[in-house]
Design a protein around this ligand. Structure first.
Ligand code: PMP
Ligand code: GLN
Length: 383
């Protein structure tokens, strides 16, 4: 392995899922739902396969999906993108992130991440030969906010891009309008591109509305907005994602994407196009159900004795085991599957600076009620 990729040899998600399987544990580690998406979506994929949509789709994605993605953003955020030049279908949000970074970041330049950060960002920056710098979230009551002083000190004329992720994995926080505005101001000042990972755009709770940084003044022209069918429609295995932005930024990502995978997800693309057009009621019902699960697991973890951070979006909750006398979240996560029959993920896997994250663990709660309850019952032995 080349030196710059050596730190990425394993991912914490794969490691924890392997431990979960080896110990027949309830997997509240890797973030994926254990129920299917809407029936019409599944049927449409089956129909696409049996009616011959099994060869290479067009490079930028099938026109119906690019149009559906553009319509969804216009309808939901008032953001208008030309489906032909400003939307690119990718192999999951993961490829969208990699293609955007590889297409836009010169070797040696800096990419700013919000810490904790999803592991794929750091790996993409390393593949591009860039350097990552990070701006931390800081605890604020039971939630998290951006350290705006650190932001102002970190974004500079050397910054090629800032990666924004809200709703945020792993903390479950949603960036406030003020935090988004601060990021926007820094990026306008230094003429920086924003790569905005919004895969949890529909998983926001308590009647809050998702706000895309692309909709702030001066931002559409410098933002690549990324999303995916995985979390919106419970199809993490389909790997249908997309990005949108001004044509010059999308062209850069397309150049890289062409030689990463060329195309992908042939029969799943028409299915996702249909669901974006017609299944918004399913999406909202799913969001409500996840909000209830958030309440169930947050209350149970508090009852067990964890400190519990407030989840505003995503399907993750962060728990602080220090009140139980446990200070090392990574050690706890290695012990949980074998000893308690449950898997979680240490938040330290998402950071460069372990302080002050080393105790926290993340649980994924997009699980059937019986599974969630069994996981909680097993965790009660920690009390
Ligand atoms: N971004 C974030 C923040 C994620 O949590 C994930 C994993 N679900 C992804 C991107 C990857 O999305 P996809 O499965 O569509 O590649
Ligand atoms: N995004 C999911 C998570 O954060 C899992 C994706 C993966 O396994 N890479 O848990």
């Amino acid at each position: 392995t080349v030196a710059r990729l050596a730190p990425f040899a394993t991912t914490v998600f794969a490691e924890m899922s392997q431990l979960a399987v080896a110990h027949d544990a309830i997997n509240l580690g890797q973030g994926f739902p254990d129920t299917d998406g809407p029936r019409s979506l599944l049927d449409a994929a089956c129909t696409a396969i049996t009616s011959g949509a099994n060869q290479y789709p067009p490079g930028p994605g099938i026109p119906a999906l690019r149009r559906a993605v553009a319509d969804q953003q216009s309808r939901t955020y008032g953001l208008d993108y030309d489906p032909d030049t400003e939307v690119l279908v990718t192999v999951g949000a993961t490829e969208a992130i990699a293609a955007a970074v590889v297409g836009l970041v010169e070797p040696g330049s800096e990419v700013v991440l919000i810490e904790p950060f999803y592991d794929a960002y750091a790996a993409a920056v390393a593949m591009a030969g860039g350097f990552r710098r990070s701006v931390p979230l800081v605890a604020d009551g039971d939630g998290f906010v951006l350290d705006r002083d650190a932001l102002a000190a970190t974004v500079s004329d050397k910054t090629a891009a800032v990666v924004v992720n809200s709703p945020h994995n792993p903390t479950g926080s949603v960036l406030s309008d003020d935090d988004l505005a601060a990021i926007a101001a820094a990026c306008v000042e230094h003429d920086v591109v924003v790569i905005s990972d919004e895969v949890y755009e529909y998983l926001v709770f308590d009647d809050r509305e998702h706000r895309s940084i692309a909709s702030l003044p001066g931002m559409r022209e410098r933002t690549i907005r990324i999303s995916s069918a995985a979390k919106t429609f419970n199809v993490t295995g389909w790997k249908v994602g997309w990005l949108s932005g001004p044509a010059r930024l999308v062209a850069a990502a397309r150049t890289a994407k062409q030689f990463m995978t060329f195309v992908g997800s042939g029969p799943f693309q028409p299915a996702v196009a249909g669901a974006l057009d017609t299944e918004i009621d399913w999406v909202h019902a799913n969001r409500k159900d996840l909000q209830r699960k958030r309440d169930v697991i947050s209350e149970a973890l508090a009852d067990i004795g964890f400190g519990v951070h407030r989840t505003e979006g995503t399907f993750f909750v962060c728990a602080d085991p220090r009140p139980l006398g446990i200070t090392d979240g990574e050690a706890l996560c290695r012990e949980l599957p074998g000893t308690y029959g449950v898997a979680g993920v240490p938040v330290s896997a998402f950071v460069d600076r372990r302080e002050p994250w080393q105790h926290l663990i993340r649980f994924a709660f997009a699980k059937r009620d019986d599974v969630l309850h069994e996981g909680i019952e097993r965790l009660r032995r920690l009390a």
